[in-house]
Design a protein around this ligand. Sequence first.
Ligand SMILES: [Zn+2]
Length: 287
Amino acid sequence: MRARIASGVLAAAIALLPGLKPADAASCRPDALGVARTVEIDTTGGPGFGFEHYKAHDFLAMKEVVLTFDDGPLPSHTRTILKALADHCTKATFFPVGKLSVGYPEVLREVAAGGHTIGAHTFSHIDLGKAAPDKAKDEIERGFSAVRRGAGTATAPFFRYPFLRDSKDSIAHLGGRNIAIFSTDIDSFDFKVQAPENIVKTVMSKLEKRGKGIVLMHDIQPSTAKALPMLLTELKAKGYKVVHMRPKDAVKTLAEFDALIEKDVKGLPSAGSEKPTASVVKTIPNN
Ligand SMILES: [Zn+2]
């Protein structure tokens, strides 16, 4: 929790105190991108977004962008990206991989604490375009349960296909589960190893052509982490505005998949595993 600070004098005084952070507004860069508009998405029936694949719903006005990041969380790069977003007081949507979400829950919790929206991107990032229907369902559901477990808070019924490859059966499954699908309008191609400057150039030139769009990036890419401060500054300079997406309702994970993840996280029960760890293991004085 951060206290709101009304007075600039007080903010300056508090900034001098070690260990205390100034309030949100005070910590924004003077040329911060911010959030121009927040949209609430009703995911009933599993609507699709992103003109590369699904063209039914176009909710962005010219010069509006949505920032999205796939494939995380990874401690170093995800945190660098969170810092760049916080410096600009702006918000994004993350589509984390289930496996990494239970592997690095503390990082995903930082994403949630930053006020960003968290969807899901399967459990182990397989190509659902090629997967059997049962396997695809398992990857989707296990992914949502793992992300929910990792985040430790309600997450969004927002899904992005790995490699942007869908299948008829899995689309029907997501529809039945009231989970929205997000493709992209502006693919940064940041997964192809390239200089950070090139990522900025690719996104900006595609945006100039389309005028707006959902931008796809990856928070596991070191070049993206390096490019993001430049990109956000450039977006602001060129008059683009960030739209933040939020779900109308949180995703409802399925109990059987929650249980599978819980078993993965906690391991098999052994005798005495119900006891609190502090009563089993304690620090004693060194010899
Ligand atoms: Zn991916």
